[in-house]
Design a protein around this ligand. Sequence first.
Ligand SMILES: Cc1cc2nc3c(=O)[nH]c(=O)nc-3n(C[C@H](O)[C@H](O)[C@H](O)COP(=O)(O)O)c2cc1C
Length: 184
Amino acid sequence: MKDAVFVGIGGASGVCIGVRAAKALSEHVRVHLSFTQEAALIAEREGVSLKDWPPNVVVHHRCDWSAPVASGSYRLKGAVIAPCSMGMLGRIAGGVSGNLIERAADVALKEGWPLVLVPRETPLSAIHLENMLRLNRAGAVILPPVLTFYHRPGAIADMVNFIVGRIMDCLGIEHSLYERWDEV
Ligand SMILES: Cc1cc2nc3c(=O)[nH]c(=O)nc-3n(C[C@H](O)[C@H](O)[C@H](O)COP(=O)(O)O)c2cc1C
């Protein structure tokens, strides 16, 4: 069976990060994808399409509890939520699975699979930070989409590729999305 990864897109700014991650991952593994209603709304505002996925991307409705990724008996190489809103972060930290994305994250944590969360908010409150610490202690990787300059990005797409490359690093998937730091 082909390796599979779950990608969830939450209702935060930066929907393009999740879309890029799903497309880049689909070149290596099967991608199960789901997005929330708020994500769809924000995608429209940000001019990002949530249609026309590559054949290796399977889209699940956010309330499809019978999707394979809702069960730990379906093996996943890992799960990514990009972007992850503070609401979704809080629900995952509290073990509340209100939709398929939160359930997939819950499953990844209980099964001990890599879970990469890309939280998008600034500045962060003590509640946000405590939720992130709680999730990190439970095994999740907290990977905020911070700005990077040392690789000299020429466009927003270069910064997005850098973040997606770091997500793929966490999942142990080889890529050439950014140039690695090395001795000069
Ligand atoms: C245009 C827009 C941008 C938003 N950006 C963020 C954001 O960056 N981070 C965040 O935590 N919430 C953001 N929100 C608020 C969330 O969408 C809202 O809390 C929502 O209930 C979370 O949705 P989710 O559970 O689907 O992630 C934004 C809302 C809108 C309309």
